[in-house]
Design a protein around this ligand. Structure first.
Ligand SMILES: [Zn+2]
Length: 210
């Protein structure tokens, strides 16, 4: 079992990259985190970074990526935006991670009890947030059933929208990024969806793009 990563990306497979993250989450959940010497990592990575994974996740304060995967400085690219939605800027960032910097894994990670998902379920309109929440609407529409409570008050509806939104983000990445599509097809990288539970601290892998 791979527990650490020593900056040698050539030796790492996409599966290894996923294992490192999941092993780190297992340490986090079990209270045995080991990435504490952050200043050592500052020294090691000051001139160069080689992050093995890029994670697109929500801005939620309860889902800090490096902490919940027990990773240190220089280990992962972290792209955080409400509702882990995809845009051209997000795609450009992900393409830099896997196409230029050599990361082996992209994870799209949503989370339980997400304010952005709940806002989209309730069709909240507020300044520029309106446009962001629009990107979650396809998931809201797919999950809605006639006659049911299709609002944020319905926990199982919210969870279904959350899962569909992760799936939709993965589909958007595959559809809109030739760079990422080619790397996935060549099995040079993996693109996976995951769900973080804000009350348990656990990460569940949902799907792998192919
Ligand atoms: Zn959220």
């Amino acid at each position: 079992m791979l527990q650490s990563y020593n900056n040698n990306l050539e030796e790492l497979t996409p599966g290894d990259a996923l294992s490192i993250l999941l092993d780190g989450n297992a340490r986090f959940v079990n209270g045995i985190t080991k990435n504490k010497n952050l200043l050592d990592r500052v020294e090691e990575t000051g001139k160069q970074q080689k992050p093995y994974a890029a994670i697109l996740s929500c801005m939620d304060s309860r889902a800090p990526v490096e902490i919940l995967f027990d990773q240190g400085i220089g280990d992962v690219f972290s792209i955080r935006i409400a509702g882990n939605v995809v845009s051209e800027n997000v795609l450009g960032s992900l393409e830099y991670a896997v196409g230029v910097s050599g990361s082996k894994l992209i994870m799209v990670m949503g989370h339980t009890n997400c304010g952005a998902i709940k806002g989209a379920c309730d069709h909240v309109e507020f300044g520029n947030l309106t446009g962001l929440l629009d990107k979650i609407q396809p998931a809201v529409k797919s999950a809605a059933t006639e006659g049911a409570d299709n609002s944020s008050k319905n926990d199982s509806f919210v969870e279904e929208v959350t899962r569909l939104n992760i799936h939709n983000s993965i589909s958007s990445i595959m559809k809109q990024s030739e760079v990422i599509r080619d790397l996935v097809a060549a099995e040079k990288i993996k693109l996976v969806g995951a769900l973080y539970c804000v009350s348990k601290g656990t990460v569940e892998v949902l799907e792998t793009a192919d």
